[in-house]
Each structure stands twice: as structure tokens, then as C-alpha cells.
Design a protein around this ligand. Structure first.
Ligand code: FAD
Length: 516
């Protein structure tokens, strides 16, 4: 299909335009739209595509106000659309206002910037210039005046008014306004440094800086490690009482009233628990795998490699390691081209009763508990286990940087029960897993793939409101992992992320609470 052959896939958070959806996206839509018209054969388009993908992740929270879309004009089925929109060269980027008419051609960004912040600023400029009717999901972007602040809480039943003080040419305030548009209980506005009354009243001396105004008239400065967009966004999203629209309010971040039948196990949110890792192994090998009564061919090879990697790198208790060892040697010695799950299960359950050898039965989630039974648990355990394994491979000096990633990739491909997840994961793996040529890069590949998933599914119904999907680790967990250039552009210090991951997921930090 056309969508497959193009430069983008559904997992890029880019709306792929086709004959079937072009009208609903571009005509009379409640959101504005930015569309890249490209041709998959055009070299400039190919080299621009990673930037466009990064832009999509960067402004994923803006989606209700502005849709980011793309269309492959090289595909036969799309040719008419590209002709109708008078596309002559590739890539072309056009902005379509919300509620555009059928005969609108959009506005072309001629000589558009080839970097994420430049594109983001261009989109903000277009939104600000947006005439009536304004896209309903887009909050006001213009600066707020002292007079408006004074009467704000009279008409706005929110808990916080966040004011970003900045110079008029700065985009940070408007970026944060858009970043928070899906969150309730907070309004974000920008205040220009020329708004002397407010600047004096709050004693503002630094631009940019962010202040919180409360309904009782008090105010305080927002504490962040850097005065920049991402730092404000993260901090504001995590204020007590601020929740994603349409979600139940988060009552307290410590005490969660849990509606699942199991007793709640209190835990430290910044630690890894062995109980989660063992529960993950139990679920994978006794539940997920049980769906395959006969395992053969590629699936059998995947299982062998997965168990081999677990035997080598899982930092488990000795009983569990003994079990993995016996299962592994049984599997590796099998010459049959297929095995039954039943035979595998006999080994797994240690039917031969070798002493000191067992994989505990049952699930006992700790760090992966969800506030409701349908949240978190197994997929959370899978990610945690995978990160632990890449970190172990690095600290034990695996001779093959892709060893662990390949084993997990093939396990996911053949067995992971969430098939849509498996497809997305495979798409990411196909994209660039092959380029991983060192052990730290393997850790980073998984970290970055996980963050891509976090960004894609932030706000989805599957998100536990008590565990919002964020780009991880947030600044309060690892200051030095984050950096901002002089214009406030966020970037990751990947060598710091490597050291953070190495220590966060290291075997010596794993807690043994709640084990049988
Ligand atoms: P998880 O995302 O499961 O993370 C678990 C823990 O890992 C977090 O609590 C945090 O401590 C840590 N963490 C978070 N981010 C990172 C990071 N970047 N690097 C290192 N550690 C991190 N769900 C979908 O709806 N659609 C999908 O396409 C999808 N694909 C998936 C693919 C795979 C391979 C897996 C294992 C899961 C996938 N899921 C998908 C499930 C989803 O990613 C979450 O696992 C699930 O929603 C539970 O979320 P959670 O809040 O427990 O956090």
C-alpha cells in the first residue's frame, strides 16, 4: 500500500493523507493542519524526513489544535490530490487554517526552515495569524495584560495561572501554552517584559521565567533547573491537580486508592524491583508463550535466543538463574525442528525437581502496579526487563552490541501478545537497529525507542492517569541528562543518559522487596 512505500508510517504520529481522508483533515476541520507534500524518490525529501518525524514528536501535545500530515505525491493514488493542491516541487509544506473551505490551497511555507525549532516557530506564527474562526482547541497565544490577570480567577475555575515572562521575540511562552493545551486545571499565558506593572508586582528580573498565580491572589516562582520550554512544560504537567483533559483528578501522588483486588504494595517510583522482573518472566513464559502449542522455525530460534540472553544477562536470584540455565541447556541441545509448549513447560516447572531451581509462579507487580487492573503490569515489566538486559550486556561486556536487542526484537515479533505494539516496535527496529554498533548505543536505542512509544501514546486511554507518559528520565530524576541551548531548545546529553541508565537499571540497585 501507498502508506508503506512512503517515507512515513502510522507510528510516526504523522497523519498520512490519502484520497479517503484528505477532505476530513483539510476541509472544515476543527484543527489547523500542516502538510508536507513530498515524493518518496526525492533525495531532499528523504533527508528532510527525520526532521519532520522529530517535529511530529516534538509537537505531539499540540494535536487537537494542529494536525501534522504528509502525503506521498509519487504514489499513483495520490497524484490527483497533489495536482489539485497545485504542488510543483518537493518537498512543499503548506499550512491550512481550521475550517478551511474546499477551494482553499493553504499557505505555502516558501524556503521553510530545515530545523525543528524553526518549523515550530513558523507554525506558531501561522496560528497567531489565524483569522476567525479560531481552532477551538487552541488556547489564546497573545500576551496577557495586568488588567486581565487581575480578573482572571473571576471567570476561570482553574487551580493555577502560569505566567511566562519573556521578551517579545521569544517563543517559549507560546510553546508551553500549546504543550499544555490538553491539560486541565491550569492556564498558561505569556507576559512580555514590557508589561511593567506585572513585572514590578512580582519582582521579575529574569526573562524568561515562570510564575504561578493562585486563586487566592498569592504567587510563587516555578522552580526549574533550566529556564527553558521543556523544563517548564514538564514541571507544569506534574503540578498536583493538573491532569490530562477528561481524566479523573490525581488526588495524591503518594496514596493511590486502588480499585484492583490485590493489596497495594507501596514502592519507590525511582527504583527497579526484582518482583516485577520475575513476574514478567512468569507471565511471558507461562501465559504468553502458552498460546503457542507448537513452537518451530523462526519462532523456535527466537525462543532459544531469548532464553540464552536471559541465562547470560538476567541478574536474578540463584534459584531463578539455575532454572534459566537448565531450560537453556535443554533448548540448545534440542535437535528437533519443533518443540511442544508442554515439553517446554515441564522444564520450566522443574518437573525433574532439581533442588534450588525454580521460577516463582504468579504475578506480584510492585513498581509496575497500576491504579486499576487494566493499567501497566506486564508491558511495564517487559520494558523494565529489556532495559535491565541492555544495561547488563554493557556492564558485562557482551562481544556483540546487537545481541540483546535482536533477541528481544525477535521475541516481541514472534510472541508479544500486543500485536499492534509488536508491529510498531518492529517498524522502529527496521528503521535503525542495524546501526547500533556499541553496547552504550544499544542501551540508548532502547531508551529512545521507549520514549518514542511514550510520546506516541501519551494521553491514550491505556495511560494510567497516575503514571503519565513523559519523555524519560524527567529533569527531577536526571538534571544533567537535559540540556538547553541559548535559544532554549531542548536536547538530551546522551552520554549522561548512558550513565543514568547504567546506574538506574544496574543489578546492585534492584530491590528484592515483596519476593516470595
Ligand atoms: P512503561 O512505558 O511501561 O514504562 C515502564 C517504566 O520504565 C516507567 O515507569 C519508567 O520507570 C521507565 N521508563 C519510561 N520511559 C523510559 C525510557 N525511555 N527509557 C527507560 N526507561 C523508561 N502501548 C501502546 O498503546 N501502543 C504501542 O504501540 C505500544 N508498544 C509497545 C512496545 C513494546 C515493546 C512494549 C514492551 C510495550 C508497548 N506498549 C504500547 C505498552 C506501553 O509502552 C506501556 O508499557 C504501557 O502503557 C504501560 O505503561 P507504564 O506507565 O507502566 O510505563
Amino acid at each position: 500500500p501507498a502508506a508503506q512505500a512512503g517515507l512515513y508510517t502510522a507510528s510516526d504520529q504523522i497523519t498520512l493523507l490519502t484520497q479517503d481522508n484528505v477532505e476530513s483533515v483539510l476541509v472544515n476541520s476543527t484543527a489547523a493542519a500542516v502538510v508536507e507534500f513530498y515524493a518518496s524518490w526525492c533525495g531532499h525529501c528523504v533527508s528532510f524526513s527525520p526532521i519532520y518525524k522529530s517535529l511530529a514528536r516534538d509537537i505531539t501535545e499540540w494535536r487537537p489544535a494542529v494536525t501534522l500530515a504528509a502525503i506521498d505525491c509519487a504514489s499513483e493514488e495520490n497524484r490527483k490530490i497533489c495536482v489539485d493542491y497545485k504542488i510543483r516541487g518537493f518537498p512543499s509544506i503548506k499550512f491550512f487554517q481550521a475550517y478551511s473551505k474546499e477551494d482553499s490551497y493553504g499557505t505555502t511555507y516558501s524556503g521553510f526552515p530545515r530545523d525543528i525549532s524553526g518549523l515550530r516557530h513558523a507554525i506558531i506564527d501561522s496560528l497567531e495569524a489565524h483569522g476567525e474562526p479560531w481552532p477551538p482547541a487552541c488556547p489564546p497565544l497573545e500576551p496577557i495584560s495586568q488588567a486581565e490577570v487581575d480578573v482572571f480567577f473571576g471567570t476561570n475555575p482553574v487551580q493555577y495561572l502560569a505566567l511566562i515572562f519573556e521578551e517579545s521575540k521569544s517563543y517559549i511562552g507560546r510553546e508551553v501554552i500549546l504543550d499544555l493545551l490538553q491539560f486541565e486545571n491550569i492556564t498558561v499565558r505569556r507576559v512580555l517584559s514590557s508589561e511593567v506593572g506585572l513585572v514590578t508586582k512580582l519582582g521579575v528580573t529574569e526573562f524568561p521565567s515562570c510564575y504561578l498565580y493562585y486563586p487566592d491572589g498569592n504567587f510563587s516562582r516555578l522552580q526549574v533547573s533550566r529556564e527553558a520550554r521543556t523544563f517548564y512544560t514538564y514541571a507544569l504537567m506534574r503540578l498536583p491537580g493538573v491532569v490530562r483533559s477528561g481524566r479523573p483528578a490525581v488526588i495524591s501522588s503518594v496514596v493511590i486508592t486502588n480499585s484492583s483486588a490485590e493489596p497495594w504494595r507501596s514502592f519507590n517510583r525511582t527504583r527497579v524491583y526484582m518482583a516485577d522482573l520475575e513476574s514478567t518472566l512468569h507471565y511471558a513464559l507461562r501465559v504468553e508463550l502458552a498460546a503457542h502449542s507448537l513452537i518451530k522455525g523462526q519462532a523456535l530460534t527466537s525462543l532459544k535466543n531469548y532464553i540464552a540472553v536471559l541465562e547470560k544477562y538476567f541478574p536474578g536470584r540463584s534459584v531463578v538463574m539455575n532454572l534459566l540455565k537448565s531450560v537453556n541447556s535443554w533448548l540448545q541441545n534440542t535437535t528437533a525442528d519443533q518443540i511442544s509448549y508442554e515439553a517446554f513447560r515441564e522444564m520450566l516447572d522443574n518437573k525433574a525437581q532439581v533442588p534450588n531451581t525454580a521460577l516463582p509462579e504468579g504475578e506480584r507487580w510492585v513498581g509496575c502496579q497500576g491504579s486499576q487492573p487494566h493499567f501497566r503490569r506486564y508491558p511495564c515489566g517487559v520494558w523494565t526487563l529489556f532495559h535491565v538486559l541492555t544495561v547488563q550486556a554493557n556492564s558485562r561486556g557482551s562481544s556483540n552490541p546487537q545481541e540483546v536487542l535482536r533477541a528481544m526484537r525477535n521475541y516481541v515479533k514472534n510472541f508479544f501478545g500486543c500485536r499492534a505494539c509488536a508491529e510498531h516496535f518492529e517498524t522502529m527496529a527496521r528503521e535503525n537497529l542495524g546501526a547500533v554498533d556499541s553496547l552504550p548505543l544499544a542501551m540508548l536505542w532502547l531508551w529512545s525507542a521507549h520514549n518514542r512509544v511514550n510520546s506516541r501514546i501519551a494521553g491514550a486511554l491505556s495511560e494510567d492517569p497516575h503514571f503519565p507518559k513523559i519523555q524519560w528520565p524527567p529533569p527531577e530524576m536526571c538534571h544533567s541528562c537535559h540540556s538547553a541551548s541559548s535559544d532554549g531548545e531542548h536536547s538530551w546529553k546522551t552520554y549522561r543518559v548512558v550513565s543514568f541508565l547504567s546506574s538506574y537499571f544496574s543489578s546492585s540497585r534492584i530491590l528484592n522487596d515483596y519476593l516470595e
